[in-house]
Design a protein. Structure first.
Length: 110
């Protein structure tokens, strides 16, 4: 019996195979754990996307066809245009004077 145990203890055939089996087993356990973590994260993100889609506001509508039309009865260019530069750093509302056609605006030296 002692000789059999001595021979088994010194036997080195199959040692690399056992090491590879052990390494592959550890890798498979790690991959399975990683894939389950990816699955859980993906399910969570898809749940967030579903909640975002459900919470979209559907109370508005657009009448098709959408058409943007700008009617221009005058020729191109600007006639009798006025630029008014005001000091709007005050706390009160800053509404520049609106000139009428042909009227000069006096802003008091601004």
């Amino acid at each position: 019996m002692k000789a059999v145990l001595q021979r088994v203890w010194q036997e080195e055939h199959g040692v690399l195979t056992f090491e590879w089996i052990l390494l592959i087993t550890v890798l498979v356990i790690g991959i399975v754990g990683g894939l389950s973590a990816v699955r859980d994260a993906l399910i969570s993100e898809l749940g967030d996307v579903a909640e975002a889609i459900v919470s979209l506001d559907q109370s508005y509508f657009i009448i098709w066809p959408v058409e943007a039309v700008a009617h221009d009865s005058a020729m191109d260019g600007a006639t009798q245009s006025v630029f008014v530069d005001t000091n709007c750093n005050r706390a009160a509302s800053c509404r520049p004077p609106v000139p009428r056609m042909g009227q000069q605006v006096n802003l008091g030296g601004l």
